[in-house]
Design a binder for this molecule. Structure first.
Ligand SMILES: Cc1cc2nc3c(=O)[nH]c(=O)nc-3n(C[C@H](O)[C@H](O)[C@H](O)COP(=O)(O)OP(=O)(O)OC[C@H]3O[C@@H](n4cnc5c(N)ncnc54)[C@H](O)[C@@H]3O)c2cc1C
Length: 464
């Protein structure tokens, strides 16, 4: 199938999948991206069979509250469900929960599963997310599923000595909750400044000071060699005793089951700007048919969405894989629409959005902060931990982050980012005189020198 290339407004499209009627669409992954994909297919009028395959036992539930309201016991687990049973039933799904997809045959358009029969498809959406990285040694807590959160919550009793490995957003949120529950927390981070790779060194420093103020033993520049029955052992041989250990050091995209399928698997499933998977043959530089993800060329009738998808975002001109809740839903919708209307596909060009709650701090961010050249405080002050920062890359405004500000404070900046505003156009227009303070970015975002990243500790992970 031929897809539009950038700059070609109305290219002809001839698609093997669009020629054949779509009767059965399979979605692998029953979570935030998968459920929105299914809803979009129905909303757009798809009358055929939608098969949804999910490894977990539960219908789709929300993960951000796991490290917040669930860990703190403010919520019961039944509040996590993303849809009511009635809404879910209304989608009329051929639902296979507790079922793992084990292989994909793109030639014959079949998904194989661990237990049941092979499932044929006319088109496929993959939304299998990520799973936590682990450390060698004794089993430790991780935080990805509701069971993980409930298991950890049970152990967070007052006086419990908790070691958290990784001071990304996930580790920071769990640390804040554990302190509020009366635990003694040691937070270990390999980088000199937590979150510097994600939000800049000065802002990372300000955010991490909150831990020390709340009595956390934050140790930076340390790396953990192994988890033991007594706690953890650092690379220099030091041991830290703990009752519980939480490992929050990043994630792996769930793509192992796609080995040999012909998809391009490079830190996620490589997709074009329409969220359509790009065949491996076309990304092999030695292949005469090698394609850039910007162009997208051949239809495998396979789309990807959410944490597992690495797609080309023309707004920023790079491929990116985003582990954010809002992106999962938006991309589930985009993938489903583009799958149904291949002749009228729309590039998926979101401004990534992320939020985090730590102690009394509400953090919100829009855009593409990684590898920025400059960060500027345009409202409030770092010292008060109430500020709005904007990020520059070359001559573009690429991101904005607010701490302790109402969400509406960020909206104009989101608009500027969405319209690809230049730095010089956007920043002077919006900054009140005297409010702007440039903060140095030395030592900030370097993908190579940074620590392993936790599921939500990068605003984007990208490669150009
Ligand atoms: C503790 C925690 C806190 C978070 N907090 C925030 C936050 O504050 N803000 C924010 O923006 N984002 C946050 N996130 C990230 C957000 O939850 C994710 O971006 C979102 O859940 C991604 O949705 P998804 O559908 O792509 O993947 P997932 O939610 O990971 O779902 C993938 C599903 O696919 C299933 N699966 C995997 N492999 C297979 C297979 N082979 N066969 C069948 N099923 C399979 C998995 O079991 C899983 O159910 C947080 C995540 C966690 C874990």
């Amino acid at each position: 199938m031929t897809r539009p290339t950038p700059g070609d407004p109305s290219p002809p499209r001839c698609s093997s999948s669009s020629a054949a009627p779509l009767e059965r669409i399979v979605i692998v992954g029953a979570s935030a991206a998968g459920i929105v994909a299914a809803e979009t297919l129905r909303r757009e009028g798809f009358p055929g069979v939608i098969t949804m395959i999910g490894e977990e036992t539960s219908p789709p539930y929300d993960r951000p509250p796991l490290s917040k309201q669930i860990l703190s016991s403010d919520w019961d687990a039944d509040r996590l469900l993303l849809r009511t049973p009635e809404q879910f039933a209304g989608l009329d799904l051929d639902l296979h929960l507790s079922t793992r997809a084990t292989a994909l045959d793109t030639q014959n358009r079949v998904v194989r599963t661990a237990a049941g029969p092979a499932l044929g498809y006319d088109a496929l959406i993959i939304a299998t997310g990520v799973r936590p990285r682990k450390l060698p040694g004794h089993p430790a807590h991780v935080l990805r599923t509701v069971d993980d959160a409930l298991r950890l919550r049970e152990r967070l009793i007052p006086g419990c000595r908790l070691v958290v490995v990784g001071a990304g957003f996930l580790g920071a949120e769990a640390t804040a909750v554990a302190r509020s529950l009366g635990c003694e927390v040691t937070l270990l981070e390999p980088a000199p400044v937590p979150l510097a790779h994600a939000v800049s060194e000065p802002i990372g420093r300000i955010l991490s000071e909150a831990h020390r103020e709340h009595g956390v033993d934050l140790r930076t520049g340390v790396s953990v060699a192994a988890v033991t029955a007594q706690g953890v052992t650092l690379s220099d041989g030091t041991t830290i005793e703990a009752d519980e250990v939480l490992v929050a050091i990043g994630s792996h995209p769930n793509t192992e089951w796609l080995q040999g399928s012909g998809l391009t698997l490079t830190d996620g499933i490589l997709c074009d700007q329409y969220c359509a998977a790009i065949p491996a043959a076309l990304t092999d530089p030695a292949s005469p048919a090698a394609a850039s993800p910007a162009g997208g060329v051949v239809d495998l009738a396979v789309y990807a969405a959410g944490d597992v998808a690495r797609w080309y975002n023309p707004l920023f001109g790079v491929t990116m894989r985003i582990e954010h809740r809002t992106n999962a839903a938006e991309q589930g919708m985009a993938a489903a629409r583009n799958l149904l209307h291949p002749g009228a596909g729309k590039p998926f060009t979101p401004v990534p959005y992320f939020w985090s709650d730590q102690y009394d701090m509400k953090i919100h961010a829009y855009g593409y902060l990684r590898d920025h050249d400059q960060v500027e405080i345009v409202d409030g002050s770092l010292a008060d931990r109430r500020f709005l920062a904007v990020y520059r890359k070359n001559d573009r405004l690429v991101g904005a982050l607010a701490v302790g500000m109402p969400p509406k404070a960020l909206r104009p900046w989101r608009q500027h980012i969405a319209s690809a505003a230049t730095w010089t156009d956007a920043v002077p227009m919006s900054v009140s005189p005297g409010a702007s303070t440039s903060v140095p970015v030395s030592g900030s975002p370097t993908a190579s020198s940074g620590p392993p990243v936790s599921p939500v500790d990068t605003l984007v992970k990208e490669s150009s």
